[in-house]
Design a protein around this ligand. Structure first.
Ligand code: EPS
Length: 379
């Protein structure tokens, strides 16, 4: 069983992730984890904090000569902006944040809640996901995340090979698949920032090369769609998750939703085993299992709740009406969300992969995957 937890506060000393159940024998490239961390810090519309930090991963345990040992992996990203002990509490909770509910529930300061609730924690979720991607790569599984809507401006995904998608996305300052739309979106972000407001959006993640049959129909908490939905919803500021057609499926007739099944002998050797689907409205998952089609997940991110032009709130001491507190923040972090959601999805896919093929060593996993394909093809 592969799993992870995180620890750390936004302005504390460090952020940590502890990953348990990662197989032995995976040669790690820490540089490619740092690339993900840098991408998470980017995207037009981010705040001043990203000019202070240069997020880099340090792998503290669980490796020898850069190769995983099968023992727990502890990793950290140190905060340059460590100042927690010097920070004051805040008295006017920000609507949309955990400030009010957390401080009432824990009988604590607001500071004690916001420091952990902050999306800064996603640094180590991305690092854990980027580590998982190194395992996925060994099985020919590729993931990409991009922005499909920002502040109400839709940017359609492109139906081009995934290598082309990477090139387009990496040209876009907003991480969309249409860099030609950047100028329009940047103007919207600038105008919104000037008004002291913030923007949300929708991100999409696509996973290609998945083996047939990851996840299960047999028990609710092991269904892969359910596990992905939980992981994605648990990302700060995410308010909705869709797989495949998602909510649109509810508006169509069955004949316009379900993907017909065809067989193409020439594709027998590929991960889809020759079972071809002319459409992928299911988003690669049927009954909680991967069906040989690309996995397609979308997530809706609400606008950041710290507003430069603050909303109505109260003073927690006096209970009198006052404007909410303002602390340095971003106008828009939707591009960053595309990196975060991509990496949390990658981690869940890796969990399902080790559930199917074992988690002791990469060598055994590969042998078991080969055996599974051999047996499935013989049917
Ligand atoms: C973040 C760092 C934070 C915020 C942001 C996420 O930095 P600071 O609070 O020091 O400015 O910019 O946090 C939020 C958006 C939030 O709602 O908590 C980061 O590194 O991602």
């Amino acid at each position: 069983m592969l799993r992870y937890w995180t620890a750390g506060e936004s302005h504390g000393k460090t952020l940590l992730a502890m990953i348990d159940g990662f197989p032995a024998g995976v040669e790690l490239e820490t540089d490619s984890i740092d690339v993900e961390l840098r991408r998470r810090q980017g995207g037009y519309g981010r705040g001043g904090r990203q000019r202070i930090e240069t997020d880099r991963v340090e792998i503290l345990t669980g490796i020898w000569k850069n190769t995983t040992l099968g023992s727990p992996i502890a990793l950290q990203v140190v905060n340059k902006d460590y100042k927690l002990e010097r920070l004051d509490d805040i008295e006017r909770p920000r609507p949309g944040h955990g400030d009010l509910t957390g401080s009432v529930k824990y009988m604590s300061s607001v500071r004690g809640i916001l420091e952990r609730a902050s999306a800064r924690e996603t640094v180590v979720r991305v690092a854990a996901g980027a580590l998982a991607k190194q395992l996925l790569r060994q099985f020919g599984i590729t993931t990409i995340g991009y922005v499909v809507e920002l502040g109400g401006i839709e940017v359609e995904p492109r139906d081009v090979p995934i290598e082309e998608q990477f090139k387009l996305r990496d040209k876009s300052e907003l991480y969309t698949l249409d860099p030609d739309r950047d100028a329009e979106i940047k103007t919207l972000i600038d105008d919104t920032g000037k008004e002291g407001d913030t923007l949300g959006g929708i991100v999409e993640v696509r996973v290609e090369g998945l083996p047939f049959g990851l996840g299960t129909h047999a028990q609710w908490d092991r269904k892969l769609d359910g596990r992905i939905a939980q992981a994605v919803m648990a990302v700060q500021a995410i308010k909705g998750v869709e797989i495949g057609l998602g909510f649109e499926a509810a508006r169509r007739r069955g004949s316009q939703v379900h993907d017909p099944i065809q067989y193409d002998e020439s594709q027998k050797e590929s991960p889809n085993l020759g079972y071809v689907r002319p459409t992928n409205n299911a988003g690669g998952l049927e009954a909680g299992m991967t069906n040989g089609q690309p996995l397609v997940v979308r997530a809706a991110k609400k606008p950041i709740s710290t507003l430069a032009k603050p909303l109505e709130s109260i003073n927690l001491k006096t209970k009198e009406s006052e404007s909410a507190e303002y602390e340095r923040s971003d106008v828009c972090a939707v591009s960053a969300a595309s990196v975060i959601v991509e990496n949390v999805v990658a981690f869940e896919v890796a969990c399902a992969l080790v559930d199917k093929f074992g988690s002791d060593s990469l060598e055994e996993m590969k042998a078991r995957a080969d055996l599974f394909y051999e047996m499935a093809r013989a049917k």
